[in-house]
Design a binder for this molecule. Sequence first.
Ligand code: G6P
Ligand code: ZN
Length: 569
Amino acid sequence: MSCCGSGAMAPNTIETIATAPFDGQKPGTSGLRKSVGVFQQPHYSENFIQSGLTAGLGDKLKGASLAVGGDGRFFCKEAAQLIIKIAAANGVSKVVIGQNGILSTPACSHIIRKRQLCGGFILTASHNPGGPKGDFGIKYNIENGGPAPEAITNEIYEISKSISEYKIVPNLKVDLEKLGTYKYKICGSEFTVEVIDSTADYVEFMKTIFDFTTIKKYLQSQKVLFNAMSGVTGPYLRKIFVEEMGLSHDCCLNCDPLPDFGGKHPDPNLTYAKDLVDIMEEGKHDFAAAFDGDGDRNMILGHKAFFVTPCDSLAVLAANLDCIPYFKENGVKGFARSMPTSEAVDKVAQLAGKECYQVPTGWKFFGNLMDAGKINLCGEESFGTGSDHIREKDGIWAALAWLSVLANSGKSVKDLLFDHWTVYGRNFFTRYDYENVSSDAGDKMMELLTKLIEDPKTKSMTFSDPTGKSYKMSHLDNFEYKDPIDGSISKNQGIRFLFEDGSRIIYRLSGTGSSGATIRIYVEGYEKYANPQFYYQDAQEVLKPLVTIALRTSKLKELTGREEPTVIT
Ligand code: G6P
Ligand code: ZN
């Protein structure tokens, strides 16, 4: 069926295409992520885009405005053109898109907010590998610039299960290489596509948040490195640190975006950013930061690769926000962290007399708290740090925040951490990931743990490791969150063993994998030493007893056949 056509398909004709539902179009922790081949199936991406538009915009679909941008991975350009065609057919009036379809996730969030758009599509599978055999993803963001909340993602899924047709303008093709505003007539209505510079708005915004002059001056005495991991942040980093701050090009590693990220895993952690860790270990640099494929994650390293856990990064920033102009002007109401993230930031909140919220894993849960003005800074153990300047986590923002704090304190990264622990105590933290185990084994482990938390005997148990160190249970549950703003309830967000001394063991299945299951075990032990030298101990050593208890209790080895985790952070 077509509209406005005359005989053979006229230019910009709206076609209604019959389709049938695909299984499994349920958005996970952060949008729909699958291997590229899945998205390339005829109608697969179209179905999801149509479901996203219908659920995301509802009766505001006609005349709506949208942002579109992605991390440049394989299939981004094709998906961007599809979104334009389907949006136009659905009566959307304007699409703002980054040049060549490129926008980092934080930049896209900013564009939605700054230009007051109704929502947007972000094309990325974040830190998952890319290329024809890698992963792709589509995420719908709402008008506050943040990921759609569960009410919308559930509706997307519901629609995807019964979809029977989608609308498309098959002949519409926009030249995404050239900046400019392009106008089309679609069935008598005007449809505009604005192709914008991918970095300009974001870089300007950063200049209003941070004191670039102070950071620039500080950097003259420092040797620093930024690793874009061949993801989207390269051009942003060059603009900020080379053009604005005058650093040499050598400070930007892997800053040419590649559709397959050079065949690597664009995830900034000690395993996948090992090349950066190796350079830092040589001791020639003072500071380094790495970012993931779409630019929302960050890893911070100090001299000789001193590693700042994302949990500590959040706490240190929370304790030092007043040196950043944005927070000086707007004040700081409170903080938030995801449930598995260590309680280090809670300690800062307590001392400062501020609120600290605990939400389920997923940045979407911070949005309501920010919109209601309850929090200004939040973070997750999964290398996400951000503030209410946008509604996504923001890797480059985090690096600039760290540089601001370092410039202000005059301390090295390591000394800053040490002094922080001396005041607040240290929440030793580690996460063990078992990637790509069978879904069956993952489910079995969670079933076993569920039985355990339901057994009244477990409540009064004391767990001991072979060395005799023991932990008395104080509370255990499957974490449930009631959003304090809209009252919505999210159940089954992770099994928690909370011990009397403040230690915690948490188990959950990842919601971002694209096949099989990924088991995550989070282990945390709080220590406040009389002798501050103890703060330098290796987290793996300190947490050994708890890790042993965590593995034994879950029967992880027996159920998965895995001896070692894939990644330890
Ligand atoms: C994405 C989300 C984060 C989340 C992370 C890990 O980066 O934006 O909010 O913490 O994935 O999620 P997972 O479900 O894999 O543990
Ligand atoms: Zn990401």
